[in-house]
Design a protein around this ligand. Structure first.
Ligand code: G3P
Length: 217
């Protein structure tokens, strides 16, 4: 399962890359706003340190302008994936762009039927938002399971990119459900390595070793 960094902060992306855990990056208008930087500058910087796909989102509401914005964003670097909202206009734009061999990530997906439409429109990725479903008392993981079944039933090549992922439990559950990729803040991935028994086990090994007085190097 690929790990994408859901951030527009260069230092956070660089840290994840250094850990060997960076397969791609996703951004959205809110993350660009939070970075406080100019959209093209921040995306250029992200693409310069990321080998994998970097999602950059359009902000238009009609298909024609979405296509125009998407093509402009794709000029930034060859690894840009055009992120488009899951609306009827967005699906129209997705079809036009994929027919011209651009890669599209259809975002703001909250139902299996929406994901089916994204796959039929030729999306490279569809982004179901788990955390935001959990926020309103619905089951985000069940959505990933349903989409996995539908895509496998029809051999759709669209990749499931689980988004709005906020905890290690989400990461484990989407991995079990067969998501192709996950996007989360880098702090979530660092937490995957943590376990209190690892910490206490290491402490006890090192205490015993110290008592031997031996050295390895
Ligand atoms: O990738 C989508 C993500 O940025 C949304 O996450 O936590 O704002 O629901 P969240």
């Amino acid at each position: 399962m690929d790990f994408f960094a859901d951030t527009a902060e260069i230092n956070e992306i660089a840290e994840l890359k250094d850990l060997g855990l960076l397969d791609g990056v996703t951004t959205n208008p809110s993350l660009i706003m939070k970075s406080g930087r100019q959209v093209f500058q921040v995306l250029e910087d992200i693409c310069s340190i990321t080998d994998g796909p970097v999602s950059a989102e359009v902000v238009a509401l009609n298909a024609q302008t979405m296509v125009k914005e998407g093509k402009r964003l794709a000029e930034i670097a060859s690894n840009i994936v055009i992120k488009i909202p899951l609306t009827l206009e967005g699906l129209k734009a997705c079809r036009i762009l994929t027919e011209e061999e651009y890669r599209v990530n259809v975002t703001l997906c909250f139902s299996a039927n929406q994901a089916l439409l994204a796959a039929k429109a030729g999306a490279t990725f569809v982004s179901p938002f788990l955390g935001r479903l959990d926020d309103i008392g619905l089951d985000g993981i069940e959505l990933i399971e349903e989409i996995r079944i539908i895509f496998d039933n029809y051999d759709f090549e669209t990749q499931i990119l689980a988004a709005s992922v906020r905890s290690p439990l989400h990461v484990k559950d989407v991995a079990i459900a067969g998501s192709d990729a996950v996007t989360a803040h880098p702090s979530v991935y660092k937490k995957l390595a943590e376990h209190p028994l690892t910490d206490t086990g290491l402490e006890s090994f090192l205490n015993d070793w110290k008592s031997t007085g031996m050295k390895i190097v």
